[in-house]
Design a protein around this ligand. Structure first.
Ligand SMILES: CC(C)(COP(=O)(O)OP(=O)(O)OC[C@H]1O[C@@H](n2cnc3c(N)ncnc32)[C@H](O)[C@@H]1OP(=O)(O)O)[C@@H](O)C(=O)NCCC(=O)NCCS
Length: 165
């Protein structure tokens, strides 16, 4: 994603400080869907600090506007584990550019982006539908009883013949 295509004043870059990691974990632990899914601060912090993941933060005038956690290893290479936008920065295009950033990063190495969205998360489902994600399947009672995780995929082609670049 080029800087020119970001909303004014927004920057996206790798997570570099533990203070930012703590702020991301706090944001996650105080936001739905994670409140409903029962993921507290310590679990969130473990996810943000997981060395097997890539974490990118979006900042607006130095303040945390949102963040992304990506997995580039394992059975689903190119899995967007978390997209989170601070409530003060929602509905300004930050979520859209974070997902676009994830796609650019992932499509350099793999032709698929995967992610899960909770069945009750209507805002996020609308975002991913608008961005061209297809439903692959439904994992019923996956994280908590009574709610599903919907597996989504966006693809630029089959694995056969894909060249990373
Ligand atoms: C879901 C989430 C990531 C969306 O982030 P966001 O920054 O609000 O997303 P965007 O601003 O790109 O798009 C949201 C809406 O704002 C609209 N919008 C974007 N820029 C806008 C602007 N400048 N002015 C007015 N509206 C705007 C979009 O068109 C979109 O409208 P729609 O919902 O009717 O389609 C965010 O709500 C969030 O973090 N929620 C909590 C955590 C979560 O659910 N994460 C996803 C887990 S799978």
């Amino acid at each position: 994603m080029t800087t020119a295509s970001l909303p004014a004043g927004l920057t996206i870059g790798p997570l570099t400080s533990d203070a930012d990691a703590r702020e991301c974990a706090h944001l996650m632990a105080t936001s739905d869907p994670w409140i409903t899914l029962g993921r507290g601060y310590e679990d969130s912090l473990r996810m943000v600090r997981d060395p097997t993941r890539e974490v990118y933060v979006a900042k607006a005038q130095g303040e945390l506007a949102g963040f992304l956690i990506l997995s580039m290893t394992g059975p689903f290479v190119g899995y967007v584990q978390t997209v989170c936008v601070h409530p003060d920065h929602q509905r300004r295009g930050v979520g859209t550019v974070l997902v676009g950033f994830a796609e650019e990063r992932i499509f350099r190495e793999s032709p698929n982006v995967f992610l899960c969205v909770s069945s009750f998360n209507t805002d996020a489902k609308r975002l991913y539908h608008r961005l061209g994600y297809d439903v692959v399947g439904e994992l019923t009672d996956y994280l908590v009883r009574g709610h599903s995780e919907i597996l989504l995929r966006k693809t630029i082609g089959p694995l056969a013949g894909f060249r990373s670049g």
